[in-house]
Write a protein of this length. Sequence first.
Length: 567
Amino acid sequence: MMTEGKYDYIIIGAGSAGSVLANRLTENPATTVLVLENGGNDNSIMVRMPTALQYPMKTKRFNWGYLTEPEPRLNNRRMDLSRGKAIGGSSSINGMIYVRGNAGDYEKWEELGAKGWGYRDCLPYFKKSETCAYGEDMYRGGNGPIHTSNGNGMINPLYTAFIRAGAEAGYGISEDYNGYRQEGMCRMDMTVKNGVRCSTALAYLKPAMKRPNLTVLTHALVKRVLLEGKRAVGVEYIRNGKTEKVLAGREVILSAGSIGSPHILQLSGIGPVGVLKKAGIELRHELPGVGENFQDHLESVIQYEIKDPAISYNRKLGLISKFFIGARWVLFKSGLGATNHFESTGFIRTHAGRKYPNVQFHFLPMTIRYDATGGAEIPGYQIHFGVNNPYSRGWVRAKTPNPQDYPELQVNYMSDPRDVEEYRTAFKLTREIGMQPAFDPYRKREVDPGDGVQTDDEIDAWVRQHVEVAYHPTCSCKMGADDDPMAVVDTDCRVRGLEGLRVVDSSIFPTVPNGNTNGPTIMLAEKAADIIRGLPPLPASNAPYWLDPKWETRQRERNPVRKAAQE
């Protein structure tokens, strides 16, 4: 391991993107790389065991603990923006759900100025990153570091009941939402390998740490990127209470995430003039888009009491059951400990005239919140739903020059009236699925929100009070065309107007994809690694993708078997 004060590349952040870059850049033994990570090691049974996903999210050791400012349209609640603080980053604390997004997301990226990032260009890198349990085909990878599977194979009958209910409501069935067709009901993929969380730390970084040309420093808090004129030449960071400097012979690469990356740019004097002046930071390079265009997903849960409590996994929440689940996982890496329990899903559109799905479901055969609080006293099941193409935009803005002071985070959830309307519609469509015949053998009653929420005003009020974040903050250093004044990076991930500085993480998404964001972040880093190394891009794919042939005139493929009892 190198200890000198100069490296070819300095990567800030060992998360979903930084781990990929560290691996790929050090494939060339002549290239030296330093990774600076503010968190520590990910060694914990609670990180490794898929079913224990809520525990690392609740610990300061693994979570930055970000909160938004009071969100005006959500009753001034401060919303949780958990981000991973360890090697593997958020891939070490997330729900392990693997969704690439819709092909149309990447077509939209190109339309917004991210040339070379269309679906045909991104699909080869999705494949490169993946080993799919179902086998390799023109969409799925067969030899990549990230392993994807369906957990326990939907052994609980409620998973298939949800898929049948969606079909009865008039939505189609997809054989693979990460393949030819996203729209419809489907089993759900997760990043789990042999019963263990497959984070980027496990898949990319730890194998690369055996190489002598890679150095990883944990517990290193970056203060700023060092600039000489308009060129990045190194990084200043704090470790063990001391301020250190390290130089980069080629480039500094920010992979600190959609909160960390814009914050570090601003701490370095790179960003909007007004934001830097207010924070007391000297302007080094004006770039108005840094920290703007901030986007995230929201989700809500409709919960049902079940007729037969023996079917619900609520019966497994007691200490004795947890002990046996944990013991089986420790010994065999199997059973309920080897799944995140989100094993079926669906993607639908709220209205005719929408070309691609904008609503995502996660089905769970128990009543419990994502953070393991609330609802567990009533045995049942729940449907998570969220609208994935928000119109609202927020910001990340440094408050002071001190890197230990968290930035101001304002997502402005529901600030655009179209988001309120779309969410209300998604609520009604979700409730309709929940009332389909497939659930008749199981459904006793809807317990949350229940009969007291019926009118549009009641729905909107319930959403404002109970909606939660889906932990997909993105887009705060967006990639765009040369004539876009708010684009922070170009299509090669280079920070505009500066040399030797790139951003490679989910902050450079032009828009948030239609799904969970870990898979797209890994893909982006794989593609960026080739760009940085000067390699030709992988050959573009000619794989087709499904689009409802009547999307302009219908919201679903056919009328539901039975309308919801509650409109």
